[in-house]
Design a protein around this ligand. Structure first.
Ligand code: CA
Length: 523
């Protein structure tokens, strides 16, 4: 059996987490001389010193709570022993105070990608069929299966066909101010780099979200340019069109339209492009106490490599960064960027308040079982995915990087922490690669971009050997450093983006549904 081991994140911390698989029994003595008073599960906290009632409990050199009663050294510090601090006020925050460390540009790295007319680069060559409303989802699903079976084999340079199905489009208060979020999300997903600027839409006909409202002419400048004639029109198959007699005529229309796009997509070839063309979205899900010790720091190291290579990286998950807002505003490149982040936090605080909850509604039973006592502790582990680079841009939910003129750097894309909503919003922002860390384990995947999954613990990587792409648990085992795993991830990204490697989620075709964030009323 491995020697008993605990991991401390900062010299000022007065708790550490137990690293050993299966946890450690009471009476275990560490090399430091500390002896466990209780059985402590893996990933859970042990008091390093005697704590008095009301004392600050520190991890990541941050107060994650106050001791609810006296806690002797060697005790299991579980969630019931911690009183959570209030969220930091959004007033008086440090603004752009951290001078970024001098870093060398990282040159010489490239991948094989699909160049688009708008300057973006795809990592896959996919035909996406946009839907305006949930009513058409079943028909599109039927058509997509036929397209894959009968047409796709004729166009070998096209990787896949994806129906962009969702639950929005009708029965909604479409003129409510916040309806802009789901509408622009769907619009911008349609324009994701992996779809080669090919746009085809399937509409019902009577829905509130009419095709021209979803994709007004100005949003399609690149697509329009390619079309012959002055009157560029959106390519729409409308199911209620009088010309459709019977279900099969609808399927025939969709297939005929799809084939025009498949022909153009099939003519595309991968080209060598600099690593700066990567647009990577990072997020975590099913987190445990190791997320902030192994996988997220390795992702953070890789984030810094990507930023140095001129790539774009976005981190998100508002409720999981809210408690570290002072760290983020101080890392903002300019006061304007810091102010934009505060605005996103304030919007989300108000959104949660309307639902009579706060950011503490985020933590799950699995998080707590994995050792994360509360949202403060979870947030500190989540933020490290963003590395140490200056934050140079902020996106509101559903916005697209290129619409804000952002083509490099570290960006905060405001999204809920919900895995599928965060992924959906990052797709809209324009990612061509997604990195997902997990401790409890999730088979999460997206049909639209490759998802690289990073396990926080070796035990998970062993059991889910054909679902996890990278094992960051080796960091806790002493088999690899944060830097080792960060570089491994960087090289894997270039391989996956080039199509040389597939992720496990791609291999098994595991896809989560698109989930549009709709804070506006439904009717
Ligand atoms: Ca998440």
């Amino acid at each position: 059996m491995a020697d008993p081991l605990y991991i401390t994140m900062h010299p000022a911390d007065n708790v550490a987490i137990v690293a050993n698989d299966g946890g450690l029994p009471a009476g275990t003595r560490f090399t430091s001389g500390l002896t466990l008073k209780d059985k402590v599960p893996q990933g859970h906290k042990v008091a390093l010193v005697d704590l008095g009632a009301g004392d600050a409990v520190r991890r990541y050199n941050v107060v994650i709570g106050r001791a609810a009663r006296a806690i002797p050294a060697g005790s299991w510090v579980h969630e019931r022993l911690l009183d959570m601090p209030d969220a930091r006020s959004l007033d008086g925050l440090p603004m752009a105070t951290v001078k970024p460390p001098a870093t060398e540009p990282l040159a010489g790295y490239s991948f094989e990608g699909f160049r688009n007319a708008d300057g973006s680069v795809g990592s896959r060559n996919i035909l996406a069929i946009t839907t305006t409303v949930q009513c058409v989802a079943g028909v599109v699903e039927f058509a997509v299966k036929r397209i894959k079976d009968e047409l796709l084999p004729k166009y070998p340079n096209v990787d896949d066909v994806v129906g962009l199905e969702h639950s929005y489009g009708c029965g909604v208060a479409i003129d409510a101010p916040d309806a802009i979020i789901p509408i622009r999300t769907l619009r911008n997903i349609t324009l994701n780099p992996n779809f080669g600027n090919e746009v085809m839409v399937v509409s019902l006909g009577c829905e509130k979200l009419q095709p021209e409202r979803l994709l007004p002419p100005g949003s399609l400048a690149i697509v329009d340019q390619r079309k012959a004639g002055d009157e560029a029109e959106l390519d729409v198959v409308c199911l209620q069109d009088d010309a459709h007699v019977g279900f099969m005529s609808m399927i025939d229309s969709i297939m005929a339209t799809a084939e025009q796009h498949l022909k153009r997509l099939n003519a595309r070839r991968r080209e060598t492009v600099p690593a700066s063309a990567l647009v990577v979205g990072v997020q975590c899900g099913g987190s445990d106490a190791f997320s902030g010790v192994t996988a997220n720091p390795a992702v953070g190291f890789c984030t810094d490599l990507l930023v140095r290579a001129g790539a774009t990286v976005m981190f998100s998950e508002t409720t999981e960064v809210r408690d570290g807002i002072d760290q983020l505003t101080s890392r903002a490149a300019t006061p304007a960027v810091a102010q934009a982040m505060i605005q996103e936090m304030a919007w989300y605080d108000a959104y949660l308040k309307k639902g009579q909850v706060d950011r503490s509604a985020n933590t799950t039973p699995g998080n707590k079982k994995g050792g994360l006592s509360n949202i403060v502790e979870k947030a500190m582990g989540s933020i490290v995915k963003s590395g140490s680079s200056p934050i140079t841009g902020v996106l509101s939910p559903g916005e697209k990087l290129r619409d804000r003129g952002i083509t490099s750097g570290l960006v905060y894309a405001a999204t809920p922490a919900s895995d599928f909503i965060c992924g959906t919003l990052q797709l809209a922002a324009g990612i061509n690669l997604h990195v997902f860390t997990t401790g409890r384990g999730t088979p999460y995947g997206l049909a639209e971009v490759p998802v690289i999954k990073v396990a926080t613990r070796s035990d998970l990587a062993r059991r889910w050997h054909d679902l996890m792409d990278v094992n960051a648990g080796r960091i806790a085992d002493g088999q690899a450093t944060i830097e080792d795993v960060g570089w491994e991830l960087f090289h894997l990204m270039l391989d996956v983006a080039s199509g040389r490697k597939k992720t496990w989620a791609e291999h098994w075709k595991l896809h989560n549904a698109l989930v549009l964030f709709n804070p506006a009323p439904v009717t």
